[in-house]
Unconditional design. Sequence first.
Length: 150
Amino acid sequence: MNRIPPAPLILGLAGLIPFVWGAATYMSDDLQAWGAANLGSRFVGPYVQLFYGSVILSFMSGVLWGFTTKASDMQAATGYALSVIPALWAFFMTGGGPASAATNLIFGFLGLLVLDFAFSQWGLTPKWWMSLRLLLTAIVIACLSVGVFL
């Protein structure tokens, strides 16, 4: 693994807070009640995870688009086309109830990881990119799995 610079690592881990919080409020009725009373019902359980997961997949489309600016010709065309997939996935696949939406987000984040790997192999990402993405994706999937499997 390549060493992840502190700023992306800290900010990436901070970006996990809504996923971890959502999983925690799934597992604790007391925490969910406290969160709903003090933060609002959309900031607990599946609501925070599903909305934030859609936002992050869309954000990651923008990140991939930015990486594609380093490419040229056919690789650039391919990169731009692939970069919109996570946002479109989030838009089209997060309906149908919390369990199916969370399952689709899990598949979306796994698909994003495949795209991250491709962009990394093309030399468009920083050397440490896959180390960061593997860590963050594992935690996101674990958190989303709470709502699907528990």
